[in-house]
Write a protein that binds this ligand. Structure first.
Ligand code: IMP
Ligand code: MG
Length: 205
């Protein structure tokens, strides 16, 4: 990954910059074009940001979508959590996803683009997609993630889930390490970094 922009890492708990702000911007511009093309002919699309991790990504993405000429955009948010402040453990089979509120009352018949920070084991986004399609009766649900993890040793259950559940759009693929910045946190820290950095996992366990 390119690392042209100089970012100063001033925290010993971070290992280095993985994706710099310039690379993020460049990728979001091309991602916006992909999304616009995929929704050709659609009058209105609701970007549903998943709080809190996707708040920064969705804010940049929606403005880029306008820049590439997409219109009829709505922005709403849903709150979902699985990990709170703890990192995932080895060989996890499943995690309960808590969906705890949405900023609009009704999405029945709407075209929803779920926007999340990262697709890791896939529990969060697959539960949200199911919720919007089957319980809230959206017309369609596509998914867009800023990052997607290439899992190292998933349990058979997670492997199966990830085989069947794919994000429709993704910014970058990253290795199976804990990453922070650009909305992603560890214990609520580092969401404010303008780049993506690798966390020293031993400092947070
Ligand atoms: P999944 O349900 O396993 O796909 O996990 C997705 C959620 O876990 C994301 O929405 C993030 O909030 C969190 N998460 C997973 N990996 C990371 C990471 O490396 N950094 C920060 N948050 C992460
Ligand atoms: Mg999240």
């Amino acid at each position: 990954m390119t690392n042209k922009t100089e970012h100063i890492i001033d925290d010993d708990r971070l290992q280095g910059v993985l994706i710099d702000s310039e690379a993020i911007h460049t990728r979001i511009v091309s991602l916006a074009q992909e999304i616009k093309d995929a929704y050709a002919g659609e009058k209105s699309v609701c970007l549903m940001g998943v709080l809190k991790g996707a708040s920064i990504f969705v804010s940049d993405l929606i403005r880029e979508l306008r820049s590439v000429g997409m219109r009829g955009l709505r922005l709403d948010f849903v709150r979902a959590s699985t990990y709170q402040s703890s990192m995932k453990g080895a060989g996890e089979k499943t995690r309960k996803v808590k969906i705890s509120g949405m900023t609009c009352d009704n999405v029945e018949g709407c075209s929803i683009l779920l926007v999340d920070d990262i697709l890791d084991q896939g529990f969060t986004l697959s539960a949200l997609k199911d919720h919007f399609l089957n319980e809230l009766k959206a017309k369609s649900v596509k998914t867009c993630v800023f990052l997607e993890k290439k899992l190292e040793s998933p349990s058979p259950e997670v492997l199966e889930l990830r085989k069947h559940f794919k994000a429709d759009f993704r910014g970058f693929e990253v290795n199976d390490r804990w990453v922070v910045g650009y909305g992603l946190d560890v214990g609520e820290e580092f969401r404010d970094l303008p780049y993506v950095a690798l966390a020293r996992e031993e400092c947070f366990r």
